[in-house]
Design a protein around this ligand. Structure first.
Ligand code: ZN
Length: 253
């Protein structure tokens, strides 16, 4: 608890220090996001309904690269039917094409995260390009849903140290602990086995709302994990439940 408080205080101070520099540029969206993150940090004490129950296991499903005109809606239908909230890491230029799908994701009690505007490798672009990629994606999500995302996932899991330091304290970086490999196999049973055999309490599962096999595997994944006693949460809910070991790289602040 003490370590967490220290980390939060440090993150807020670091954030405050960056505001004058940010104001010097055209960074209005990032600053709005920064304020939202501060609001979350100040409310990090676990709310009553999210208090961790020792007998419970929690897991966060995440879907990258959408919205896809066919598969995103199908996945939202399955999550709604099975009452399993998840997190979608959204690509900005696709969000602009399908804003209705973003509203459906939000209405299904799911979370929306930033996955850049054009799905670029954040380890290979300049500071200005990085800011543009993040802001344009966040703005597309805001335009569709009225809310800025509080979390982001770098495409390919890669981001340069400089870019990561810049965004630190403004948005939370979320990677994953289990790769479903839905992107490199058409076999839905293989995907189900991969996820179920690697699942652990407080795991983050990487999937994609971009392939038919992901849609096919999802009902079995949810049913099997529920049978094993898992409760499905969004990544922001998972963060609130964690007593975080500092080494967990998918929690940055
Ligand atoms: Zn991606």
């Amino acid at each position: 608890m003490k370590i967490r408080r220290f980390i939060i205080i440090f993150a807020v101070i670091a954030g405050i220090c960056t505001v004058p520099a940010a104001c010097a540029g055209n960074l209005t969206v990032i600053n709005k996001i920064y304020k939202i993150v501060c609001d979350i940090e100040s409310g990090l004490d676990k709310p009553e309904d999210l208090k961790e129950k020792p007998e419970k296991k929690y897991i966060a499903l995440t879907f990258d690269d959408g919205p896809h005109p066919k598969y995103t809606g199908e996945i939202v239908n399955i999550l709604t039917e099975k009452n399993a909230p998840a997190t979608f890491f959204i690509v900005g230029d696709r969000a602009e094409l399908h804003p209705t799908l973003l509203r459906r994701i939000k209405k299904a009690n799911c979370e929306l995260g930033n996955h850049t505007y054009n799905h670029v490798d954040l380890s290979k672009i300049s500071r200005n390009e990085f800011i543009s990629q993040m802001e344009k994606c966040s703005q597309a999500i805001y335009n569709a849903t009225g809310e800025y995302p509080k979390v982001y996932r770098p495409p390919f899991g890669r981001i340069s140290k400089a870019n990561e330091q810049y965004i630190d304290g403004k948005m939370k970086k979320i990677l994953w602990t289990v790769d479903s490999h839905d992107w490199n196999t058409p076999d839905k049973n293989k995907i189900v086995r991969q996820v179920v055999s690697s699942a652990k309490n407080k795991a983050i599962i990487l999937m994609h709302d971009f392939y038919s096999q992901s849609v096919e595997a999802l009902p079995d994944i949810i049913d099997e994990l529920k049978k094993q006693g898992y409760e499905f949460v969004t990544v922001s809910e998972l963060i609130k439940l964690w007593e975080l070991p500092e080494r967990m790289e998918y929690f940055i602040n």
